[in-house]
Design a protein around this ligand. Structure first.
Ligand code: C2E
Ligand code: MG
Ligand code: MG
Ligand code: MG
Length: 284
């Protein structure tokens, strides 16, 4: 290999690989120092009932306020954080922060937190959640965790045990991005989900193609039959909202109602006594 001929030769023959490895190492360093420096923040997106259009709670979504790159979206750093294990301390911060913020909201408002498969398999997740609930005083019934199908692929018994522990505490479990992973209907029967979140890729098609509409209809019916609720993700238009509602989904979430916003903005717009009159799109 070129590498054995020395550093200069290596660089000459494999510049692309070298650059990629370097920028990865730089990002890795940045992520570690970013966590230590408190550069992560949570934004929150309202979740709205189809029936009555009340806000039932908010999903916490992480952002990285990078000193040079600005606000960085999770898809640009979560995969690397998972690879290097940094998702575990980041995820713990997310849980504590989300619980602390939600404890200031009116007591009927829920908060949903995304948990990575890597973090889910880490021993001590339940203790971290219990600790965050105790420190914030948040009622466990107000916390929901969102996991994806990838969590279910490994260590079925361990996963089941953790899910049952969390449910026994009163926490609700949602299956996120349903239909995009290694979906198996067996999972829905074997694992104790309270809610299915129907992926945006199906929701965005409901006005345009019969296939997407059929899938949304079928998932909503199946969930009802299994005693689970459904949330439609990524609702952007009035038409999508109306069709989702007609198909009997329980809740919806999307830019039509609001983008994810910093906690202070959420409180000002949706939760304060002086909150502006709710916009038309919320009106049932
Ligand atoms: P997700 O959990 O499925 O979150 C929904 C994503 O869809 C969010 O992207 C949200 O901003 C976006 N979204 C919501 N409504 C609309 C809409 O109407 N149109 C469009 N185009 N997009 C919409 P975001 O915030 O970039 O997050 C992406 C993913 O990153 C999340 O997908 C989740 O898998 C992951 N993520 C976010 N925060 C966390 C976290 O704290 N921990 C972990 N482990 N993962 C996180
Ligand atoms: Mg989610
Ligand atoms: Mg999702
Ligand atoms: Mg997603």
């Amino acid at each position: 290999r070129a590498k054995s001929d020395g550093r200069g030769m290596y660089r000459f023959f494999e510049p692309a690989m070298d650059e990629e490895a370097q920028s990865r190492r730089a990002l890795e360093q940045d992520l570690r120092s970013g966590l230590a420096a408190g550069e992560f923040e949570l934004h929150y997106q309202p979740i709205v009932k189809t029936d009555g259009r009340e806000i039932t709670g908010f999903e916490a979504l992480i952002r990285w306020r990078h000193p040079r790159r600005g606000l960085v979206a999770p898809n640009s750093f979560i995969p690397l954080a998972e690879e290097i294990g940094l998702i575990v301390p980041i995820g713990e911060w997310v849980i504590r922060q989300a619980c602390a913020t939600a404890s200031r909201w009116p007591s009927h408002m829920h908060v949903a937190v995304n948990i990575s498969a890597v973090q889910f398999r880490q021993a001590g997740l339940t203790e971290v959640i219990v600790g965050a609930l105790a420190a914030s005083g948040l009622d466990p019934q107000r916390l929901e965790i969102e996991i994806t199908e990838s969590v279910l692929l490994q260590d079925r018994n361990g996963t089941l045990a953790t899910l049952h522990q969390l449910r026994a505490l009163g926490i609700r479990i949602a299956m996120d991005d349903f239909g995009t992973g290694y979906s198996s209907l067996t999972y829905l029967q074997c694992f104790p989900f309270d809610k299915i979140k129907i992926d945006r890729s199906f929701v965005s098609g409901v006005g345009n193609d019969a296939g997407s509409l059929s899938i949304v209809r079928a998932v909503a019916a199946m969930a009802r039959g299994l005693g689970m609720t459904t949330t439609a993700e990524g609702v952007e238009t009035d038409e999508q909202r109306d069709r989702i509602t007609a198909e009997g989904c329980t809740e919806m979430q999307g830019y039509l109602f609001s983008r994810p916003l910093p906690a202070a903005e959420i409180e000002r717009r949706f939760l304060s006594a002086e909150a502006p009159v709710r916009p038309d799109r919320f009106a049932a």
